[in-house]
Write a protein that binds this ligand. Structure first.
Ligand code: SAH
Ligand code: SF4
Ligand code: F3S
Length: 441
């Protein structure tokens, strides 16, 4: 067996692609290693959401390039979102790369490896805008050992938010066939996974491209919920205005679907939202969050925010801070705006916010997120909650099991037995900023 090492950057989409690529490679004589030095084939699955992630990818493969130039017999593959965007130009920047593989063609990996092993340099970055579901079902998936299995349900995005590169790296939005998704879910459950997370840039638009207009996310959730076994279902990411009443009702009705919504707001200012090409304003977002909270008891709502979007004034930035308070957002991912090639906002150079201001706003934003996470955690002290255990480790001399509640709160519980993969009932006894503390009941 030859050995392959894959470094994965970016979002769950990339993590899922890596699991698929490892599955294909295992049919092809390669086994995974976690040690790059032992690998015959080194691959990087890149993310281009911000300049920083792109730069990190190039600095990482620089080390591999050095090994190759020193005479080590290795092959190097550059994959993922940066690959999709930069295609052949990667060879110019990193001569030692053997193949460049974009996000649309991951199922050609076995063929690529064959060609590369024959001494060819290969670039497969054509945009196909298919889901290649037929091929997907032929290959096994080498899932990362965990309790949660990621299953993509849509690929790509049609929203073209003015800051975002995803529509350029992942192509047009397309839904995977329900049969393929259900088969992958069944396989994951039979392998012992206890949680299925349905993935997409905008999961609520699942099925918009099907002939059957009545099969949407709510119906898919129903079908996954019908699969046998004791497991949980989650879905991310939701686009605020695409969350239908039917979807919320379905979440409430189905026992396995968890009380958790990730609904990125991006900015608390209606003017900034307009410039971002988001299809809602502050009031509309408020109404959606209010509705979800009212209909789904104990729901956790998380969000994403960008600090320092071109032209963002101090007042507009402060509206983001007040939004987090007002809508009681339980947790938010944050980022300083990073101009991305091809996107509309990147052209507004004269409106760019200077780096110091962006850094300062990001720090204030993070402080607000921290404050609200703490507040949100306080609500649960004294409650009894079901926790799905994900991890067992010794922390400062104490054995701790860690897991999540249905509403996605992390809980640390002292316990000497590794209960990974089990559902336990826990009394919440305390809290820290980012997690709850509990005791087994
Ligand atoms: N589909 C999801 C977002 C996927 S990208 C949605 O619509 O919300 C994940 C997050 O990265 C975004 O929510 C945004 O907050 C952040 N992001 C995207 N482009 C960015 C950029 N150019 N600079 C900084 N953050 C960015
Ligand atoms: Fe990017 Fe907007 Fe699509 Fe999300 S919805 S992936 S932020 S373009
Ligand atoms: Fe994901 Fe980054 Fe690509 S966030 S879709 S890996 S640009």
């Amino acid at each position: 067996m030859k050995k392959v090492f894959i470094e994965t950057m970016g979002c769950q989409m990339n993590k899922s692609d890596t699991e698929r690529m490892l599955g294909m490679l295992s049919n092809f004589g390669y086994e995974e290693t976690k040690e790059p030095k032992k690998a015959d084939l080194l691959m990087i699955n890149t993310c281009s959401i911000r300049q920083l992630s792109e730069d990190k990818a190039f600095s990482m493969i620089g080390t591999w390039g050095k090994w190759k130039e020193e005479g080590k017999d290795i092959k190097i593959g550059f994959c993922g979102c940066v690959a999709q965007q930069k295609a052949e130009t990667i060879f110019k920047r990193a001569r030692y790369v053997d193949f460049v593989l974009g996000t649309h063609k991951i199922y050609s990996l076995p063929d690529i490896i064959k060609r590369v092993n024959n001494g060819e340099k290969v670039c497969e970055c054509e945009e196909t805008n298919t889901t290649e579901d037929d091929k997907a079902s032929e290959y096994k998936i080498n899932r990362v050992k965990s309790v949660n299995a990621w299953i993509p349900i849509t690929e790509g995005c049609n929203n073209f938010c003015t800051y975002c590169i995803v529509p350029y790296t992942r192509g047009r939005e397309r839904s995977r066939q329900p049969e393929v998704i259900l088969k992958e879910a069944k396989d994951a459950l039979s392998q012992g996974f206890k949680e299925i997370t349905l993935l997409g840039q905008n999961v609520d638009s699942y099925g918009k491209d099907f002939k059957d207009k009545n099969y949407r996310l709510a119906q898919l959730l129903q079908d996954v919920n019908n699969l046998e076994g004791n497991f949980r279902i989650r879905f991310v990411t939701s686009y605020p205005t695409d969350i239908t009443d039917e979807l919320i009702e379905t979440v409430v009705k189905l026992d396995k679907v968890c009380e958790y919504f990730h609904i990125p707001m991006q900015s608390g200012s209606s003017e900034v939202l307009k410039k971002m090409n988001r299809r809602y304003d502050r009031e509309t977002y408020a109404k959606i969050v209010e509705k979800v909270r009212k209909m789904v008891p104990d729901v956790t709502i998380t969000s994403d925010f960008i600090a320092g979007f071109p032209g963002e004034t101090e007042e507009q930035f402060e509206e983001t801070l007040t939004a987090i308070d007002e809508f009681e957002l339980d947790y938010s991912n944050t980022a300083a705006y990073s101009p991305r090639e091809k996107t509309v906002a990147a052209k507004w150079v004269d409106k760019y916010i200077d780096e110091d201001t962006k850094t300062e706003r990001l720090a204030r934003l993070n402080e607000k997120v921290r404050e609200n996470c703490l507040k949100s955690n306080q609500k649960f002290v004294g409650r009894e909650m079901e926790v799905l255990i994900e991890n067992f480790e010794n922390h400062k001399g104490q054995n701790i099991i860690t897991g999540r509640t249905r509403n996605n709160k992390i809980v640390h519980i002292p316990c000497n037995k590794d209960l990974t993969g089990e559902f336990v009932n826990v009394k919440i006894t305390g809290l820290k900023t980012w997690y709850l503390k509990g005791e087994l009941i």
